[in-house]
Structure formats: structure tokens, C-alpha cells
Design a protein around this ligand. Sequence first.
Ligand SMILES: Nc1nc2c(ncn2[C@@H]2O[C@H](COP(=O)(O)OP(=O)(O)OP(=O)(O)O)[C@@H](O)[C@H]2O)c(=O)[nH]1
Ligand SMILES: [Mg+2]
Length: 242
Amino acid sequence: MPGAPSRTQDVWVILPTYNEAENLERIVAAIREHLPPSGRVLIVDDNSPDGTGEIADRLAGSNESVSVLHRDLKQGLGPAYLAGFRIALDGGADRIIEMDADFSHDPAYLPMLIDATDRADLAIGSRYVPGGGITDWGPARRFISRGGSAYARAALGLPVRDLTGGFKCFRRVVLEAIDLDTIEARGYAFQVETTYRAIKSGFRVVEVPIVFKDRTDGTSKMSKSIVAEAMWRVPAMRFRRR
Ligand SMILES: Nc1nc2c(ncn2[C@@H]2O[C@H](COP(=O)(O)OP(=O)(O)OP(=O)(O)O)[C@@H](O)[C@H]2O)c(=O)[nH]1
Ligand SMILES: [Mg+2]
């Protein structure tokens, strides 16, 4: 229709939140600064007790490009992303981005991550390739993260350096192909599983360097059970009938 606003809504950022009241408004503004004008932000909030959901509603009310999915229960990152992916796919997304809401993933990297999917099907923001890194983490956290990626790489025989990171851009074909309905992982294992399935399905995966910053506001949802889940679920992925 001549004069109608563009309906192209090609890039969607899925932003899972649980108690990110201190970060949400600032991160959404920063994301929008770095997205193309047609880009969209979908906040997936699991009924955060700190009022994140109300902030999300306010942002969605005042920005046409922002929307919110409210879920009743905190079920972990994996189920939140899956619900967000389905909405993005239904909405016609061409590229779907995962990122944290706590500024660990710098929105300034968004254009680079999106551009990387011109030559690949999945682009991973990677801490463990030349040019990538981590600021502020102590030795214990570094060990868990690096060890986790090395463990998954060895267990699954994958050539990817950063398997547990959560700053990724998928082409829609990848999410359509990897059978989202059978992914049960909730924590880091979710990141490993989506990349594993993408590679097993024959898609091209690239790692682009990012420097990951520790969160300064809000609290971590990292837990022993998330690490434990990854320990058993990652090797089990190999034996899953696909
Ligand atoms: N919707 C939803 N979001 C979650 C859940 N758990 C974590 N998140 C969000 O997922 C992102 C990553 O979680 P973080 O707590 O930062 O986990 P992390 O990066 O491993 O830990 P830190 O380095 O301590 O921040 C953040 O935006 C969280 O708010 C959940 O169960 N549901
Ligand atoms: Mg974090």
C-alpha cells in the first residue's frame, strides 16, 4: 500500500528477564540505538517479583517496536527463549537474536553480529576467539565458563570455542530446522544444544569476538543446578534420537 509504514520487521532481539528492573529501560534504549529501524525487541519476563514486567509493559506501550511476553513462572532461560523464538517466527522475523538484559552483552556489537549472518546461518558472540574476552570475572567464574565450553566441545566434538555464551544471531531457517519442541535444556545447556543442533543440521556457524562485561546492576541467576544440568545434558545430546 503506498504510504503505509514498512512492514519489514526482519531483526528481532529476544530479551529474557528475571528481576532486571535496574537494567531493563536502559538496555532496551541501547538495543534500539543499534538496531535497524525495522528491528524489534521482545522482552520475555517470567513474572519477576521486582516489577520488571510493569517496566516492560510501559516500554511496550510507548514504543511500537517493543513487545512483551509475560510468563507465569520462572522456568529458566531455555523455555523463555523458546517461547520468544516462536513469537518471532510467527511475526515474520528473518534474524533472531539472543542476548542478556544485564549489559554483559554490549548492544554496540549488534550490527557486527547481524552482519555476520550474511555469511553464516548462526553467528555467536564469542569470548574465546582472538579479540574476544571477559572483564571483571574472578578466577572461579572464568574457570567454570572456559571449562564448560571445553567440556562441551570435547563431549560433542564441536569446533566452536564459546559454546555456553548467550549472545547469538540465528537466521530463521536455523530455528525452523532444529526442532524447538524437543529442546528441554534450561540453562547453559540450552546454548550448547542450539549450536550443536545447528551444526548437526549442516548450518554454517561463525564466531565473532566480543568482550563480555560482568553485570554491575541486579543479581545473577547463575546457580549450581544450571551448571549441573549442563554436566549431564551435554553428553546426553549425542545420544538423542533426532
Ligand atoms: N525470562 C527469564 N529470564 C531469565 C531467567 N533466568 C535468567 N534470565 C535472564 O537471562 C539473562 C542471563 O541471566 P544472568 O542472571 O545474567 O545469568 P549469567 O549471565 O549467567 O549470570 P551473571 O554473570 O551473574 O549475570 C538475564 O537477562 C536474566 O534476567 C528465567 O528463568 N526466565
Ligand atoms: Mg548475566
